[in-house]
Design a protein around this ligand. Structure first.
Ligand SMILES: [Zn+2]
Length: 93
């Protein structure tokens, strides 16, 4: 009899504390984007979608105006949104 051993890798995340956003584990108003820099958000998103989250994903539920404000602010901070970056580019001195 042939025995097949299947190794399965499971990963679980403990839920965030009550009182913070349950998607990104950061305290923010529901109309605001999730914090794309949150390790919790990145991990949860990656487990669901098999890739890292971008700011576009993080603001998917936001209004057009909210998205526009955040895109402007992130660009001003030097975040390359088109490249799917979540952090500002490091500026060399
Ligand atoms: Zn959130």
């Amino acid at each position: 009899m042939k025995t097949e051993i299947v190794e399965k890798k499971f990963m679980t995340l403990l839920p965030p504390n009550p009182g913070v956003c349950q998607e990104c584990a950061v305290a923010h108003e529901p109309e605001m984007p999730h914090n794309a820099q949150s390790l919790y958000y990145q991990t949860k998103f990656n487990m669901a979608h098999g890739r890292g989250a971008t700011w576009k994903d993080a603001m998917e539920h936001c209004s057009k105006e909210m998205k526009a404000d955040w895109i402007k602010a992130l660009k001003e901070k030097g975040v390359d949104l088109k490249a799917g970056k979540v952090n500002p580019e490091k500026v060399n001195p």
